[in-house]
Design a protein around this ligand. Structure first.
Ligand code: CMP
Length: 138
Protein backbone atom coordinates (compact mmCIF):
# COMPACT_ATOMS: atom_id res chain seq x y z
CA UNK A 1 0.00 0.00 0.00
CA UNK A 2 1.32 3.44 -0.91
CA UNK A 3 1.93 5.37 2.33
CA UNK A 4 3.44 8.61 3.50
CA UNK A 5 5.86 9.01 6.35
CA UNK A 6 7.89 11.75 7.98
CA UNK A 7 11.62 11.79 8.30
CA UNK A 8 13.87 14.41 9.85
CA UNK A 9 17.49 14.70 8.85
CA UNK A 10 18.90 15.54 12.27
CA UNK A 11 21.44 18.22 13.32
CA UNK A 12 24.42 15.82 13.33
CA UNK A 13 23.80 14.96 9.65
CA UNK A 14 23.40 18.60 8.60
CA UNK A 15 26.53 19.55 10.57
CA UNK A 16 28.59 16.79 8.89
CA UNK A 17 27.18 17.62 5.42
CA UNK A 18 25.54 14.21 5.10
CA UNK A 19 22.18 15.66 3.99
CA UNK A 20 22.78 15.01 0.27
CA UNK A 21 24.04 11.46 0.83
CA UNK A 22 21.03 10.62 3.02
CA UNK A 23 18.57 12.06 0.48
CA UNK A 24 20.29 10.07 -2.30
CA UNK A 25 20.09 6.92 -0.14
CA UNK A 26 16.35 7.46 0.40
CA UNK A 27 15.70 8.11 -3.30
CA UNK A 28 17.64 4.96 -4.26
CA UNK A 29 15.39 3.04 -1.88
CA UNK A 30 12.38 4.22 -3.88
CA UNK A 31 11.09 7.03 -1.67
CA UNK A 32 9.57 10.05 -3.38
CA UNK A 33 10.09 13.37 -1.62
CA UNK A 34 6.70 15.08 -1.46
CA UNK A 35 7.82 17.99 0.73
CA UNK A 36 11.04 19.15 2.36
CA UNK A 37 12.26 22.21 4.18
CA UNK A 38 15.16 23.29 6.31
CA UNK A 39 14.28 24.68 9.70
CA UNK A 40 15.84 25.38 13.09
CA UNK A 41 13.39 24.12 15.71
CA UNK A 42 12.51 26.22 18.72
CA UNK A 43 12.49 24.55 22.14
CA UNK A 44 8.67 24.73 22.16
CA UNK A 45 8.46 23.03 18.74
CA UNK A 46 10.87 20.23 19.72
CA UNK A 47 9.03 19.70 23.01
CA UNK A 48 5.72 19.45 21.15
CA UNK A 49 7.10 17.14 18.45
CA UNK A 50 8.56 14.72 21.01
CA UNK A 51 5.73 15.07 23.54
CA UNK A 52 5.21 11.28 23.49
CA UNK A 53 8.66 10.97 25.15
CA UNK A 54 7.95 13.66 27.80
CA UNK A 55 8.31 11.28 30.75
CA UNK A 56 11.50 9.64 29.45
CA UNK A 57 14.80 10.44 31.19
CA UNK A 58 16.35 11.52 27.86
CA UNK A 59 13.59 14.01 26.95
CA UNK A 60 15.38 17.23 27.94
CA UNK A 61 18.62 16.16 26.26
CA UNK A 62 16.68 15.15 23.13
CA UNK A 63 15.00 18.57 22.96
CA UNK A 64 18.32 20.35 23.53
CA UNK A 65 19.96 18.28 20.82
CA UNK A 66 17.17 18.69 18.26
CA UNK A 67 17.32 22.49 18.74
CA UNK A 68 21.12 22.63 18.52
CA UNK A 69 21.21 23.20 14.77
CA UNK A 70 19.16 23.12 11.58
CA UNK A 71 17.20 20.03 10.51
CA UNK A 72 15.41 18.89 7.34
CA UNK A 73 11.91 17.50 7.88
CA UNK A 74 10.67 15.70 4.76
CA UNK A 75 7.44 13.98 3.78
CA UNK A 76 8.25 10.73 1.93
CA UNK A 77 6.03 8.46 -0.13
CA UNK A 78 6.52 4.82 -1.13
CA UNK A 79 4.88 1.43 -0.97
CA UNK A 80 4.86 0.43 2.74
CA UNK A 81 6.71 3.69 3.52
CA UNK A 82 6.43 3.65 7.32
CA UNK A 83 7.86 0.16 7.95
CA UNK A 84 10.28 0.41 5.02
CA UNK A 85 11.79 3.67 6.25
CA UNK A 86 12.39 2.09 9.66
CA UNK A 87 14.19 -0.82 7.97
CA UNK A 88 16.33 1.49 5.82
CA UNK A 89 17.08 3.72 8.86
CA UNK A 90 18.22 0.88 11.13
CA UNK A 91 17.98 0.55 14.91
CA UNK A 92 17.74 3.67 17.10
CA UNK A 93 21.22 3.00 18.43
CA UNK A 94 23.65 3.12 15.48
CA UNK A 95 25.87 0.55 17.25
CA UNK A 96 23.00 -1.94 16.90
CA UNK A 97 21.92 -0.92 13.38
CA UNK A 98 22.32 -3.39 10.51
CA UNK A 99 25.34 -2.65 8.29
CA UNK A 100 24.38 -0.46 5.33
CA UNK A 101 21.47 1.23 7.11
CA UNK A 102 21.42 5.02 7.36
CA UNK A 103 22.08 5.02 11.09
CA UNK A 104 24.91 2.50 10.75
CA UNK A 105 26.47 4.61 7.99
CA UNK A 106 25.93 8.11 9.38
CA UNK A 107 24.87 7.91 13.06
CA UNK A 108 27.30 8.19 15.97
CA UNK A 109 25.22 7.63 19.12
CA UNK A 110 21.67 6.97 20.27
CA UNK A 111 21.16 10.74 20.36
CA UNK A 112 23.17 11.76 17.30
CA UNK A 113 21.55 9.04 15.19
CA UNK A 114 21.34 10.83 11.83
CA UNK A 115 17.64 10.62 11.06
CA UNK A 116 14.12 10.27 12.52
CA UNK A 117 11.30 8.18 11.06
CA UNK A 118 7.63 7.93 12.07
CA UNK A 119 6.87 4.71 13.93
CA UNK A 120 3.17 4.16 13.05
CA UNK A 121 0.49 5.36 10.60
CA UNK A 122 -1.09 7.53 13.32
CA UNK A 123 2.21 9.19 14.17
CA UNK A 124 3.12 9.59 10.50
CA UNK A 125 -0.11 11.53 9.88
CA UNK A 126 0.46 13.70 12.99
CA UNK A 127 4.12 14.32 12.22
CA UNK A 128 3.48 15.23 8.54
CA UNK A 129 0.77 17.69 9.67
CA UNK A 130 3.18 19.09 12.30
CA UNK A 131 5.76 20.16 9.71
CA UNK A 132 3.61 20.62 6.62
CA UNK A 133 0.25 21.86 7.89
CA UNK A 134 -2.28 22.31 5.14
CA UNK A 135 0.31 21.48 2.49
CA UNK A 136 -1.08 20.37 -0.85
CA UNK A 137 1.22 17.36 -1.27
CA UNK A 138 1.15 15.86 -4.79
P1 CMP B 1 13.90 9.30 17.20
O1 CMP B 1 13.53 8.24 16.22
O2 CMP B 1 14.02 10.69 16.68
O3 CMP B 1 12.83 9.32 18.40
C1 CMP B 1 13.17 9.61 19.74
C2 CMP B 1 14.62 9.85 19.92
O4 CMP B 1 15.09 9.86 21.24
C3 CMP B 1 15.38 8.74 19.27
O5 CMP B 1 15.30 8.89 17.86
C4 CMP B 1 16.78 8.90 19.86
O6 CMP B 1 17.64 9.69 19.05
C5 CMP B 1 16.51 9.70 21.14
N1 CMP B 1 17.08 9.07 22.31
C6 CMP B 1 18.03 9.60 23.08
N2 CMP B 1 18.33 8.77 24.09
C7 CMP B 1 17.56 7.67 23.95
C8 CMP B 1 17.43 6.45 24.67
N3 CMP B 1 18.16 6.20 25.77
N4 CMP B 1 16.55 5.53 24.21
C9 CMP B 1 15.79 5.79 23.10
N5 CMP B 1 15.88 6.94 22.38
C10 CMP B 1 16.76 7.86 22.81
Amino acid sequence: MIERTLTIIKPDSVEKKNTGAIIAHLEKEGFEILAARMTHLTVAQAQAFYEVHKERPFYNDLVAYMTSGPVWPMCLQRDDAIAYLRKVMGATNPAEAEPGTIRALYGESIERNAIHGSDSPDNAAKEIAFFFPGADLV
